[in-house]
Ligand binder design. Structure first.
Ligand SMILES: CC(C)(CO)[C@@H](O)C(=O)NCCC(=O)O
Ligand code: NA
Length: 617
């Protein structure tokens, strides 16, 4: 059972784990990625227009798009970080899977329709259509910060973990990842990024599956693994503790997680760009639906890996083995330990880590090049020739590659669990961006002053709490008991604790990081609305058609018509889709219109499309 401790000598260097086959497998991954990049550099339109380089000619099918969507934010951080989390704190984190339902349905039916129908190239173009140029630039700059910091974590994680246990040269690995990725992204554009994502996602799943199968076999089978994790209290029951400072509960993961998912899958340029590269809107929605099973699979694989790891080491502290207290390094140690003596498998797992990292970094490069081009350069140099713009986009993708190497060094200096660092970044910077888009889409009264003030306040509060939390110790894991009686008693217990805990700033700082997205999103909306009402709310007729999602109308669709009209301050003017506009004001032609049926589905019940025709034509 868990009594005996596995003491092992210091891990041997890479040479011992790695056979020729392993190096070959790893080299094949890099070579195949480069080959895909080269293929798209030389085929099709040969990447000579920004439409092809950044939008994949808007011709993609849903299957590659969906695999690419899950690859964007599933990096080595999740592959290493989630097993480490499960090993230390139990399976509570798995409940984040509940948030995927609404976290994908809302993007599919709210954000995709609005953004796809406006035919934008960058998600931030929406902000100019809805508010003003200033808001667009603020949004773009915020996004650039988010992705650059996140990329640093992504490049650093696999390099750090491999270095800790196999002796792979740390900065050499960082440099190789960054360079390979920069090369194929720059050569092949979004098509190469999406198709390498598909290939890399498959490698990622294969690597995780291999570790789990070998691990289960070597720890004595499924029932033995189950017995050990059960005895070790690692199977967590549903924790319904309402305390928002509790790190992981059903509420922080299942509800807070929805906002995290919305900020990633709803408004993040990396994902929006994939929706927009789909050949039709239906295809984009379908790809979003197809993310659900793959994301659940990815989550399940990494959670099960954590459980198998627990069954192997029974909660031992890794520091006595590794000379580092990092759980992340321990996951790699476990994998190399499991796969020892099985030529090819260590190589497959390293390929899995790098696939996960490369697919994320390439999405980040391409989306960063896109927003810099579309939002910061093109509007000010309208006369730039297409070939020059494409060349510049490539130069941008390459220079972001170099910048991300610098950011990897910053992550090196931070030293928290990488999963928590990544999710904190999503919450602190992605949350306010989600708030900005929500303010625009759901609140027709919000004006541009309110939006800028809201975003500024949101970011300030986010960093205040985020940085404050570093200095406040968060509560660790507590033992789990799954009986109903225990659950009831603990609920009462939690509530009394909730009201007797220290209040003020310290409580504020210890807000669970899983609430960051939601909290920061609401700060932006609240401040945005207050400032908008103070400075004069936007008039209905000034709002660009198609930029508002008739949320109130949709939510109140069960009410009788006259009541709805009273409650819902929207006129039909704001609820129309943008399909009749010839030009969205930014030089992008509206290509194909929507069918009557699609247009009607976008309107709240009771608003006949004939009204829309009168106001638009
Ligand atoms: C984005 C989620 C939360 C979706 O489950 C997951 O992929 C995750 O935890 N990602 C961590 C960041 C990363 O893997 O780079
Ligand atoms: Na990835």
């Amino acid at each position: 059972g868990c009594g005996q401790r596995h003491r092992r000598k210091k891990p041997s260097p890479a040479a011992k784990h790695f056979t020729v086959v392993d190096y070959v497998i790893f080299a094949v991954l890099l070579a195949a990625s480069m080959a895909i990049g080269l293929y798209y550099a030389l085929s099709g339109g040969r990447q000579r227009t920004t439409q092809e380089f950044l939008m994949a000619d808007r011709s993609m099918h849903c299957l590659p798009v969906s695999l690419s969507l899950i690859a964007s934010f599933q990096s080595a951080v999740a592959i290493i970080g989630v097993p480490g989390e499960i090993y230390t704190h139990g399976t509570q984190y798995w409940f984040i899977g509940c948030s995927y339902i609404l976290g994908l349905l809302i993007p599919a039916h709210v954000f995709i329709p609005v953004l796809y129908r406006l035919r934008v190239s960058s998600a931030y173009q929406y902000l100019e259509l809805r508010f003003s140029k200033a808001v667009r630039i603020c949004g773009t700059l915020t996004f650039i910060c988010q992705m650059v910091i996140y990329m640093g974590v992504c490049v650093y994680t696999p390099a750090f973990a491999l270095n800790a246990v196999t002796g792979f040269e740390l900065w050499g690995t960082v440099l190789a990842t960054g360079l390979v990725c920069t090369l194929y992204t720059t050569m092949g554009g979004l098509k190469a990024v999406i198709w390498t994502d598909v290939f890399q996602t498959v490698v990622m799943f294969a690597g995780q599956l291999a570790v789990i199968m070998v691990g289960v076999q070597r720890t004595g089978g499924v029932s033995e693994v189950w017995r050990k994790v059960w005895e070790g209290n690692r199977i967590s029951g549903l924790d319904l503790n309402p305390d928002p400072t509790e790190r992981h509960t059903f509420w922080t993961l299942g509800v807070g997680g929805i906002f995290l998912m919305l900020s990633l899958y709803g408004v993040n340029q990396a994902q929006v760009q994939r929706y927009l590269s789909s050949r039709t809107e239906k295809e984009a929605v379908r790809s979003c639906y197809m993310v659900f099973p793959s994301l659940q699979l990815a989550l399940a694989l990494s959670c099960v890996m954590g459980l198998v790891m627990f069954a192997r080491y029974c909660g031992e502290d890794p520091s006595d083995k590794l000379g580092t207290s990092s759980r992340d390094a321990m996951v790699i140690y476990f994998v190399m330990d499991m796969l020892q003596g099985l030529p090819g498998l260590p190589g497959l797992f390293v390929a899995c880590l790098f696939s996960a990292a490369l697919s994320t970094i390439s999405s980040a490069f391409n989306s960063l090049a896109t927003v810099t081009m579309e939002d910061l350069i093109k509007p000010y140099f309208p006369a730039m020739s297409e070939s020059r713009a494409t060349l510049l986009s490539k130069a941008l993708a390459a220079s972001y590659g170099l910048l991300c190497l610098a950011m990897a060094y910053l992550t090196h200096l931070m030293g928290d669990s990488v999963l928590q660092v990544a999710l904190k970044i999503f919450g602190m910077v992605g949350g306010p961006i989600l708030g900005l888009f929500s303010l625009g889409m759901f609140f027709p009264w919000a004006n541009s002053t309110g939006a800028v003030a809201g975003l500024g306040t949101g970011l300030a509060v986010a960093f205040w709490v985020g940085i404050g939390s570093i200095f406040t110790r968060s509560s660790g894991a507590r033992p789990q008991d799954n009986s109903v009686l225990f659950l009831l008693i603990s609920q009462v217990n939690h509530l009394s604790l909730f009201f007797s805990r220290p209040t003020g700033l310290k409580r504020f700082y210890s807000l669970s990081y899983m609430w960051y997205s939601a909290f920061n999103c609401f700060t932006v909306i609240l401040i945005g609305l207050i400032i908008s009402f103070l400075t004069g709310p936007m008039k209905e007729e000034d709002v660009t058609p198609g930029t508002i999602y008739p949320l109130l109308g949709k939510l109140l669709c069960f009410l009788p018509e006259h009541l709805k009209k009273k409650l819902c301050c929207l006129s039909s003017h704001q609820m129309q889709p943008a399909q009749h506009k010839e030009n969205n004001g930014l030089g992008f032609q509206q290509e194909d219109g929507l069918s009557q049926e699609e247009a009607e589905s976008f309107l709240p019940d009771g608003h006949t499309p004939s009204v829309e025709h009168e106001t638009t034509v």
